[in-house]
Structures are given as structure tokens and as C-alpha cells.
Design a binder for this molecule. Structure first.
Ligand SMILES: [Zn+2]
Length: 288
């Protein structure tokens, strides 16, 4: 049953015959909480969002898939980071458990971000332990619980699940040198560890057929969410998809561009194709 946890997330369930397909958009939330206490300009803070990504995949429930979206913004708490990926320099007091800050945290882009982007701090203060704990318990925990339940439920019912973790990436198009990094899509399966190669290749093939450039595990390999969900040996497949923001929005005004409708239609076609893919894979699984 579809539901919403106010300020945290929503889950939309399949509206037609269900297939074990789960999509989640952890960074498209625009519900900025009153207790955020940031000091940087709001329009700059918002550039951390994967704005509209939940809408790009909005047809998923009508095509028999589950769609989950965060309401809290990524700059408040990043659900795509491990709970121990925390920056002690940001905390006022002593964190009660062991931490394992990644290279992302060291550059200010961890579980709780220190900067919107390098050189632009979010806070002019440290955060209390209680404040960060509240973000973890209020946002990170329920987000992963709801995603776990959706993937586990589908796996229990069908014996397999295909999960897509949906993101967008700042465009490198204008600044990129010739031959630089500016693909339309980047697929990440953490170098083949979070899903079967057939899944990654299928998605790449559908997108390329529709005229897009696709790279795999280049710069964006996938982070915490696909790492947690992906266990291909147990038929739990998890793939990250990054799409270039320049294809669908103005990166300064954060408004949809005329390209939005075409991209949304192509993503709808991708979800339709994935229905066929999942059905065929389930059939294969039934063979003696
Ligand atoms: Zn993202």
C-alpha cells in the first residue's frame, strides 16, 4: 500500500500487475526542515539536489514497479552514505561510536555534508551530537528500512529483485574539453559487484538505442545504497543510474528545460523494457 512519512519519504506501489522492480530516488527531496540551520545561500544549497529525478521515473508504479522518494534534502542528510561516514570536524562533542570517514567525507561530502561544493561551507557552526543523531534516526534509518522492505518483499515473492538507484549528475558538458567526461548516463554497479552484468548491459543497450551516450563505472561507480542492496549471487540486483542534468533542467535556475519531456518519455520506455527483462529473467529462473 502506497504511503508517505511526512518530511521523510514516500513509497508508491505498483498500480498494475507487479514485477520485482524497485526504483528509489534518495536525492530529489526538496523538503528543507526548519531545524537545518544552514548559513549558505539557499539557491546554492539547492544545487546539491538531484532535482526532479523522482519525476523522471514517475511512471514506475503505473508500469508495475515500486518507486520510493526521499522528501528530506540530500544536503541535510545523505541516505547514500554509510552511517559511520561522518566528519568529526563537523561535530560539537564526542560521537558515541566508531567512525570510518571515507574520502568523500574528507572532502566535505559525507553522511552530513560540510560543504555544498568545495569552497562553499553549509554551516557557520558545529552540529551537536543530538542534532546529527536526530537526522540519522529521522531520515537515514526509515529510508533504508522502507527500501529494504520493498526489495525484500519483492525478492520473497518472486525469488529475485532488480533495484535501480536513481540520480542525476552536474553536467560537465560546457566545461569539458574535447574527449572529456560528458556522457548522458553513467551506470554504476561498483565494478560488477552489485548486479549481474546482464542487467547493466541491458540498461546500457536500451539507452544507447535511444541515442544516448552511456559509460559504465566511470567516475560514478555507485555508493552505499547499491552496496547495501546488491547481492547478485542471491538474485538481488542493484544498479545506480546517473543522468546528466543538462538533459532536463537549467542548472542555475533549477527549472525544467524543454528537454525534460523527452527524457522522461525515454526513461518510461526504459522502465517498460525492464518489465520485459525482469519477466524473461524470471522465466529463465523457472527452467528446470
Ligand atoms: Zn544523487
Amino acid at each position: 500500500m502506497s504511503f508517505e512519512i511526512p518530511g521523510v519519504l514516500w513509497r508508491r506501489d505498483p498500480e498494475v500487475t507487479e514485477l520485482p522492480l524497485v526504483f528509489d530516488s534518495p536525492h530529489s527531496g526538496t523538503g528543507y526542515p526548519d531545524d537545518f540551520g544552514f548559513c549558505c545561500p539557499f539557491d546554492v544549497l539547492r544545487t546539491a539536489e538531484d532535482t526532479f529525478v523522482d519525476e523522471l521515473y514517475g511512471s514506475a508504479p503505473a508500469l508495475g514497479a515500486t518507486l520510493i522518494g526521499a522528501i528530506f534534502p540530500r544536503s541535510y542528510l545523505d541516505a547514500n552514505r554509510a552511517v559511520d561516514d561522518l566528519d568529526t570536524a563537523l561535530i560539537d562533542g564526542t560521537w558515541p561510536s566508531l567512525l570510518a570517514p571515507s574520502h568523500k567525507t574528507r572532502s566535505g561530502l559525507g553522511l552530513v555534508r560540510r560543504v555544498v561544493r568545495p569552497g562553499t561551507p553549509i554551516y557557520d557552526r558545529k552540529l551537536t551530537v543530538a542534532e546529527v543523531m536526530a537526522r540519522l534516526e529521522g531520515c537515514h534509518t526509515p529510508y533504508h528500512r522502507v527500501l529494504d522492505e520493498a526489495c525484500e518483499g519483492a525478492h520473497r515473492k518472486f525469488g529475485a529483485v532488480w533495484h535501480v538507484n536513481c540520480h542525476s549528475m552536474p553536467s560537465q558538458r560546457n566545461g569539458a574539453k574535447k574527449g572529456g567526461h560528458c556522457p548522458d548516463f553513467v551506470l554504476g554497479d561498483r565494478d560488477g559487484s552489485t548486479c549481474a552484468p546482464e542487467f547493466t548491459n541491458f540498461v546500457a543497450g536500451v539507452l544507447r538505442e535511444r541515442g544516448y551516450t552511456v559509460r559504465i563505472n566511470e567516475v560514478y561507480k555507485g555508493v552505499e545504497i547499491v552496496k547495501r542492496q546488491g547481492r547478485p549471487a542471491a538474485r538481488r540486483h542493484s544498479l545506480q543510474i546517473e543522468v546528466d542534468r543538462a538533459l532536463y533542467m537549467d542548472q542555475k535556475t533549477l527549472e525544467k528545460s524543454p528537454g525534460f519531456a523527452r527524457l522522461q518519455a525515454d526513461i518510461t520506455a526504459l522502465i517498460e523494457a525492464l518489465r520485459g527483462f525482469a519477466s524473461a529473467e524470471l522465466e529463465k529462473g523457472r527452467e528446470p
